[in-house]
Design a protein. Structure first.
Length: 200
């Protein structure tokens, strides 16, 4: 929050005091209605004229310094307006943050539900891969490789990873040389990624 300098507050008080004096003492005298005037014997004694406004100068300021004080007084007003603007902005941001937090809390159950659903899907996928692995290991390598041609590449890699080295080599050797190289390279990358994840 912006703090108004103390000297500006002091200047503001002096300016207000000077303005009050001009209003009270420099106002034109009220006219007296001659028709309702009381007899001379009942009239109040005349008051001495007030001092000239220019003589009322607490700090004995020159016109130039008085102009500076007025400028400082305006700066005080700008400080106060800026401070109010910052306060309003802070309240606005707090309201937005509160609304965002409320929406986030409402979405939290949905997030948990989606996480549970994804976990279920992964579990079912792992179960399918396990069953496929058991099926392919019972087949001859030639037949297993022929059936694996119809699988997506990710599923193919998951099934091969569950096999022992001998079974994996026998099946991969049945693929075309170009595809066999791609499979071996992909398995190596997955194995390296798994090792890095374990180290971290």
């Amino acid at each position: 929050m912006t703090r108004v300098p103390i000297y500006i507050l002091f200047v503001g008080l002096l300016m207000k005091a000077h303005h009050l004096y001009e209003v009270v003492f420099a106002a034109p005298p009220q006219k007296i209605d001659m028709q309702t005037e009381e007899p001379d014997s009942q009239q109040a004694p005349e008051r001495s004229p007030p001092p000239h406004p220019e003589k009322f100068n607490l700090l004995h300021l020159t016109p130039e310094k008085y102009k500076i004080l007025k400028t400082l007084h305006k700066q005080e007003d700008r400080f106060r307006k800026k401070e109010q603007e910052l306060t309003d902005q802070k309240l606005f941001l707090s309201a937005i943050e509160k609304r965002f937090q409320e929406k986030f809390e409402r979405l939290q159950p949905l997030k948990e539900k989606m996480a549970k659903y994804l976990h279920q899907v992964e579990s079912e996928k792992d179960l399918i891969n396990t069953k496929l692995h058991m099926l392919f290991t019972k087949l001859k390598p030639e037949k297993a490789a022929e059936l694996m041609e119809g699988l997506d590449f990710d599923t193919l890699l998951n099934i091969l990873k569950q096999m022992n080295d001998r079974e994996m080599v026998e099946i991969i050797s049945q693929f075309a040389p170009k595809k066999a190289k791609i499979i071996i390279r992909a398995l190596a990358v997955r194995s390296q990624n798994l090792e890095n994840a374990v180290r971290e």
